[in-house]
Design a protein around this ligand. Sequence first.
Ligand code: FAD
Ligand code: DLZ
Ligand code: SF4
Length: 517
Amino acid sequence: RPVLVPVLGDQLTRKLASLRGRTKDDTVILMMEVWDEATYVKHHKQKIVLIFSAMRHFAKELEQAGWTVDYVKLTDGDNAGSFTGEVARAIERHDPRAIHVVEAGEWRVQQAIEEWPDKFECNVEILDDDRYICPLSEFREWAEDRKTLRMENFYREMRRKTGLLMAGDDPEGGEWNLDKQNREPPKDEMDPPARPIFEPDEITQECIQLIEDKFGDHFGSLENFGWPVTSDQAEKAADAFFKERIEKFGPFQDAMVCGQDDLYHSMLSTSINLGLLDPLDLCERAEKAYKDGKAPLNSVEGFIRQLIGWREYVRGFYWHFMPGLESDNKLNAQRGLPEFYWTGETDMRCLSDSIRSTRENAHAHHIQRLMVLGNFALLAGINPKEVQDWYLVVYADAYQWVELPNVSAMILYADGGKLATKPYAASGNYINKMSDYCGDCKYSVSKKTGENSCPFNSLYWYFMDRHRDRFESNQRVGRIYSNWDRMDKSKRQDYLDTAEKFLDSLTPADSSWARAD
Ligand code: FAD
Ligand code: DLZ
Ligand code: SF4
């Protein structure tokens, strides 16, 4: 009797703990396209194509290497629709002596897996996902010892643990974090090389047909589909980043240019999250680029911090604070998501361009997600549930373990400040400084209130005034209230009226964009 190894859609690597050390004649690998996963939110079409195509390619590679793969397609007649249902059917087919499965990335799926030992008669082993640098038990231990959790402290531990950019016990170059050097606004002559686009092959074409057919009403366009769907393609995408873009990755990390969707970002998150790329290997390549004199320390440190700092930190944070994190709403934000998040139809140029990129590429870069789309949702007081659904739907790299901490805690402050020391709230001034959006916008960024004033300006004060009780004592933002208090009463009222008028003009989105009725 074989061992049954279910491999989930975001576990696409032969280095997976459940596959390592197994022999081919003793193992059946089970991969499942299931309705539950494809529809728990109405994912961007590119996201489903990416996952299905990458799963199908991975299954083919395994089969070519001599493994037995039982691959269940979405349209297979008896498809049970869920992971648990499909494992039950596979048990009937293969009569395994045991099931070896790597823990799921997401709470929802892990809850289901944890029922398997009681549900199924064979032995079920749930293994740690050791593709991450920090096991969940280690994060828990680290977090339980502390009153406040800070990414920066966690990150230093990860630097020590991995030895990346370390000079003995000290950080390479004397400083742990070079973020100060990574805030350059865009330059006129910026001309970032395009990332490689991978033309859909036959397998991907089939997935495109399937998704158009079954999920044609989901958000997003499939025209630009060019994501890596195999580890070979993902390695090529990484090669291009290390050759052409890492040098300027750091300085322009927070820059935004209308119509330039990739800039100097790696564009590797979809591949990393699927398992096609190993994050530690990427960090080692980045470190080598520094040591070989091909990239400056601020770029390399910035890249490594995103991966062994932020990425690992949000994963630990997610599991530490679930399931409460999902329903947290400490700022009591109740407004519905504006329809323009789905249609892109707004005169606010920063938002419409970020939404265009999201629709065309199933991607927007970090500062668009944080300081344009996120900042707006925070200031306007959009309820966290709708914002969470939106981010989970629209990005090809979105899985709840990484989306939720970024959305709920980082942008919306819905956790009450467990993750961020201050709300990421900013007026139009910030967007103007870091982008070329404002010049051609219908709104005037220099106008603070009234007709055609940039909505971020009045929304900023509307937000700060609304949450004065909470933020006045905050060391990092409390000081701004003296500016507010120095303004004439009528000016303050002007800000609040302008913001309210703008908010009243917004059409709320229909919930059927994100979830089936
Ligand atoms: P780069 O800028 O090249 O960064 C390199 C890598 O660092 C990324 O590939 C990613 O793996 C990692 N990284 C960077 N920032 C973060 C972060 N804040 N959290 C976790 N990992 C990070 N990333 C996702 O992978 N999935 C999501 O669902 C997701 N949702 C987000 C929602 C919001 C509101 C915000 C502010 C950020 C979110 N991010 C998410 C993080 C980040 O925006 C994306 O990882 C990044 O834009 C992906 O593009 P890139 O590969 O070019 O990243
Ligand atoms: C996101 C997704 C989608 C759309 N479909 C599937 C699927 O049909 N089969 C599968 O194995 N995985 C899918 N995924 C990714 C899963 O949601 C992912 O494996 C979970 O995040 C694990 O927690
Ligand atoms: Fe965005 Fe305001 Fe600038 Fe328009 S003026 S692009 S709304 S920040």
